[in-house]
Design a protein around this ligand. Sequence first.
Ligand code: MGD
Ligand code: MGD
Ligand code: MO
Length: 777
Amino acid sequence: MARSSSERHLTGTEPPEPRSYDGVAGGWGSLKGISEVFAREMSSPAVLETLARQNKAGGHMCTSCAWGKPAHPHVFEFCENGAKATLWELTRDRCTPDFFADHTVSELMQWSDFDLEMQGRLTHPMVYNPDADKYVECAWDEAFEKIGERLKTLDPKSSVFYASGKASLETSYLYALFARFYGHNNLPDSSNMCHETTSVALKQAIGTPVGSCVMEDFDHCDAIFYFGQNPGTNSPRFLHNLQDAARRGCKIVVFNPVREIGLIRFINPQNPVEMLTGQATQLSHMYLQVRPGGDIAALMGLCKRVFQVDEERRSHGQSGVLDQGFIAHHTQGFDEFRQKAMDTDWAEIERCSGLSRGDLEAAGDVYISAERVIGVYGMGLTQHVHGSQNIGMLVNLLLLRGNIGRQGAGVSPVRGHSNVQGQRTVGITEKPELAPLDKLSEMFSFEPPREKGRSIVEVCEGVLDGSVRAIVSLGGNLLRAVPEREAIESAWRDLDLTVMISTKLNRSHLVHGRAAYILPCLARSESDEQASGPQSVSIEDSFSHIHGSIGRRAPASEHLRSELAIVAGMAKATLPERPSWRWDEWTGDYALVRELIAQTYPDKFHDFSQRMFQPGGFYRGNPAHEREWKTQSGKAEFTTPTVMMASDIEDAPGRFNLITMRSNDQFNTTIYGFSDRLRGIEGSRDIVLINPSDMARYGLAEGEKVRLVSDAGDGARRKVENLTVTPFDLPNGCIGGYYPEMNVLAPLWRHDKASKTPASKAVPVRIEKNGPSMTPA
Ligand SMILES: Nc1nc2c(c(=O)[nH]1)N[C@H]1C(S)=C(S)[C@@H](COP(=O)(O)OP(=O)(O)OC[C@H]3O[C@@H](n4cnc5c(=O)[nH]c(N)nc54)[C@H](O)[C@@H]3O)O[C@H]1N2
Ligand SMILES: Nc1nc2c(c(=O)[nH]1)N[C@H]1C(S)=C(S)[C@@H](COP(=O)(O)OP(=O)(O)OC[C@H]3O[C@@H](n4cnc5c(=O)[nH]c(N)nc54)[C@H](O)[C@@H]3O)O[C@H]1N2
Ligand SMILES: [Mo]
């Protein structure tokens, strides 16, 4: 039965109180969060200077999220989690060769992710010694030479160059060149587990693979429709824009199965009056706890309301609410979509979305009465089997009233890693059609590989079937981030070569190939001296603005090299010499690499080095922002959905949809601590969050230990043991657990149909006590 936003259906006698946080996002709690990490990392006061320069022209750009950096920054243009990310980088702890001498790899395999990263910054290049089962120190030149030798013996197409979305535009450009000179397009990045759904679905719908908004649009919108993104934890600087918008009277309508406090109330920690008086801003106007995977249906409900009101008004001789001119001139596929909306009945919408018709109509009325609307979304839409249809539906809603390509309106995916969008812009892509191969061929006199490369899901398939032989990883912790972890871990050990370019020790270093290297690199906040002097780098934010970044801190170790120098070092050792392949010169002066980027993409990157320190960054442009549609039809496309649920698994007694979540105390697989302050959960990550009425129905008690097992219908036994039952306000039939601990439960074959983004948000599972799976009482 559909639930209303104001109702709670709790059955049974005296159900346990769901855990919740009735405080605010921001406020003193966020300062406490920073100070705890600060104290633990024993950072020096000089670190505060580094933080004060964060996200400002002439400073370094935060390595946390990709949220925009305003031209007029706050005094401290960083948030709780951005500060934590920087403090984490600037820790005084060091993970030295002595540490590796004291511990075998098998022993470290028993350690938690938290304990591994707590060893501090990696200091020396290390190579795995199988006789001792230990990593031992090795010289840089020797590492490059040996890696080059191995790569030369392999078929290039059997190797993969992964990038986690942090490395700069300069490094990323060279990394992609290295792959293509060597002979493959196997250039997946973290985006393949994240916003690849966006890259595919937005490209198809509006002709550009990225959001259409710029930051200023948030100053002009009248409503924000907000789906499956958690700003309090994952992009806290966004809270400033949301607060300003709410105060202007902009209505924020949230769709999220979890009541995330960051979308409900906010105290700006940079505002002394708010801090002292505890005056919070109410952010959301409506908060609709949609079922996981229920957004296609919810969006259909909103669109139906728009059609209904339009007809009513016109039948009374008033003007309608559709933007007829825009639809006629700018879009394609409207009639078919409208017919689909007519044919879909409310009962199905209520069943699939878990929301009532009344609530959806009320939300639809907010949409209609707003002149300018932005649609915001994150992993709650992208990480589903039909994630692309989620995005297609959000675009449909916006197109109905011409809400794309004008001020204060548009579609705004909130990107993850700080340069994940930029890496794709400068050629890190497994899809050869997205890279300017002919141009590169001309610039560097080589024949580029034209075959499609591997996405992350295809990399995992290749690890499992043995066709992938080598993995080079530019940052990240791939093994911990992928689904189906157990099977992939054991196959991974059979790789011929693993090379991890990293700042801290993680699980992907421990589960290694036959030859394995850890290459430690500088962090973005650290100074990078090369032959021509101190270097700067650049990144692209969620709004397609490019920012220069200069690190000024002393490096964590004198043995570290920059990511760019490491990529160039490996490339030089692997590839033949060519006059136009100038690895040493490029390493000596990154401005030369920016010239190459500008030459490759002149319309986006002309005068790159001159413009990169412009306050607010320079805009590389976006055709959809100008209502220029680079789609097949040359118009913005309505998408007629083929399903109403974004998940492909039917409801069944005893089956739950598991959401894998991020806590407020982690950055992806990096666990900072065990406080999920914004959800009122402290002390443990080994928990399963469940609605009290489901607890009653299944006879579960708070604090009881259970195991989760896969219920994907493929017979595979995937399980996570010893999770503590924790009551939490969630829709019935939906449970929550933390990423990456729950990744064992996600089948590799469940991914977005169009983009292959793993379906991390509605993972089908059953709950087991020590006996068989449970069915409702
Ligand atoms: N501090 C910190 N910052 C980060 C990260 C981090 O781990 N820590 N990670 C970075 C990265 S790489 C990324 S991609 C982003 C991720 O940032 P987000 O996009 O916010 O990702 P998640 O936290 O995984 O999930 C977002 C929300 O989706 C909701 N949700 C789950 N299923 C559904 C559904 O079916 N429908 C709807 N409407 N909502 C749903 C969840 O309750 C959650 O609130 O953040 C980046 N920033
Ligand atoms: N179940 C589930 N799985 C998910 C998700 C989910 O929501 N649920 N989210 C997915 C998403 S959105 C993403 S983006 C992926 C994340 O996947 P990844 O990007 O691969 O993982 P991270 O945890 O961000 O990588 C952390 C490691 O990066 C290294 N590192 C940190 N800073 C630097 C640096 O500056 N340079 C270099 N070279 N290395 C550095 C450190 O060694 C650290 O251990 O996970 C995906 N997996
Ligand atoms: Mo991400």
